[in-house]
Design a protein around this ligand. Structure first.
Ligand code: G3H
Ligand code: 13P
Ligand code: ZN
Length: 336
């Protein structure tokens, strides 16, 4: 199956009332973990690469690994998405390479740190929408700013400084015509999101619901949505890691989001935790081992199990076979 348009998967998810996990990758094992999880749960999937991932891997490697995934798992509708594009040029380079979906994160300036003005965000996002839609490529925009910082990208802070204003979200969607809208509701990237199980004072599900009421047809995206499960933290700490106690976004809050218009859920940290825990365990228990396959295989297995669990929890499981995939070329006609 060729790589497919993200807009199509999100439209299908809206029809079916489910969400689709978007998992970050940097290498072959992570792509394999996601594809195996998708096969075992019959799930459509979004695989995403950040700017950091593109430079770490040389993105052509990732692109060709993705083509291999599409060839080896022909029954799985698969989207290749750019996560947190920082400029029109970055999005354009991803589109030129063959990504079927891009995020123009104009909530930050191109330095990936400084919160931008509304006007800048609209202009940059609109520009990406025009060049992407001409090729049938999906565009995700962001309004409001997430907390935290990953790989040098992010405004830092707690996540509550720049929560999305629902009225501004409506204006943003009208002016940019994005396919999907990432919103800031108190989450942040990375492992340290909350100091205790989050309640409505720090995780603003009420804001998400207000945005959905005003934009019922817009596909909402939750970033910073790892749940940071205690069992994954424990494995790391048991084998010599030093993670401080922390809480992520509970799966039941994500499911509440899915009932209120969330169609794409970004998860990276949970997989990072699973991989690191599995590698630490092998190296601690078998210090004689030095073949990378001895620890990369358990790492891949651990990530597969996290992805499979999320696919079931988000409701995308069981839906791959129901989708008759459209390529971007076919989808370009929809936009015109
Ligand atoms: O944007 C957040 C993702 O977790 C990607 O992280 O920029 O370190 O690759 P990264
Ligand atoms: P986490 O750090 O919560 O996994 O979020 C990932 C993300 O939002 C990628 O864009
Ligand atoms: Zn993100």
């Amino acid at each position: 199956m060729p790589l497919v348009s993200m807009r199509q998967l999100l439209d299908e998810a809206a029809k079916g009332g489910y969400g689709v996990g978007a998992f970050n990758v940097n290498n072959m094992e992570q792509i394999q973990a996601i594809m195996e999880a998708a096969r075992e749960s019959n799930s459509p999937v979004i695989i995403q690469a950040s700017r950091g991932a593109r430079s770490y891997s040389q993105d052509k490697f990732l692109y060709h690994l993705m083509l291999a995934a599409a060839e080896l798992y022909p029954e799985i509708p698969l989207v290749m998405h750019l996560d947190h594009g920082n400029s029109v040029e970055t999005c354009k380079s991803a589109i030129d390479l063959g990504f079927t979906s891009v995020m123009m994160d104009g909530s930050l300036m191109p330095d990936g740190k400084t919160p931008s003005s509304f006007e800048y965000n609209v202009k940059a996002t609109r520009e990406v929408v025009e060049l992407a839609h001409a090729k049938g490529v999906t565009v995700e925009g962001e309004i409001g700013v997430l907390g935290g910082i990953e790989d040098g990208h992010g405004a830092g802070g707690t996540g509550l400084e720049h929560v999305t204003d629902p009225e501004q979200a409506v204006e943003f969607v009208e002016k940019t015509r994005v396919d999907a809208l990432a919103i800031a509701i108190g989450t942040s990237h990375g492992a340290y999101k909350f100091t205790k199980k989050p309640d409505g004072s720090v995780l603003k599900m009420d804001v998400l619901i207000k945005i959905h009421q005003r934009l019922p047809k817009t596909h909402l995206v939750m970033h910073g949505s790892s749940s940071v499960p205690k069992d994954l933290q424990d494995v790391i700490n048991q084998y010599g890691g030093k993670l401080k106690p922390t809480w992520g976004v509970p799966v039941e809050e994500i499911q509440l989001g899915i009932r209120n218009g969330v169609r794409k859920i970004n998860v990276d940290t949970d997989n990072r935790l699973a991989i690191t825990g599995a590698i630490r365990k092998v190296l601690a228990e078998s210090p004689d081992k030095f073949d990378p396959r001895d620890y990369m295989k358990p790492a891949r297995d651990a990530m597969r199990e996290v992805c499979k669990a999320r696919m079931k929890q988000f409701g995308q499981a069981g839906n791959a076979g129901k989708i008759k995939p459209a390529t971007c070329k076919e989808f370009a006609k929809m936009y015109t």
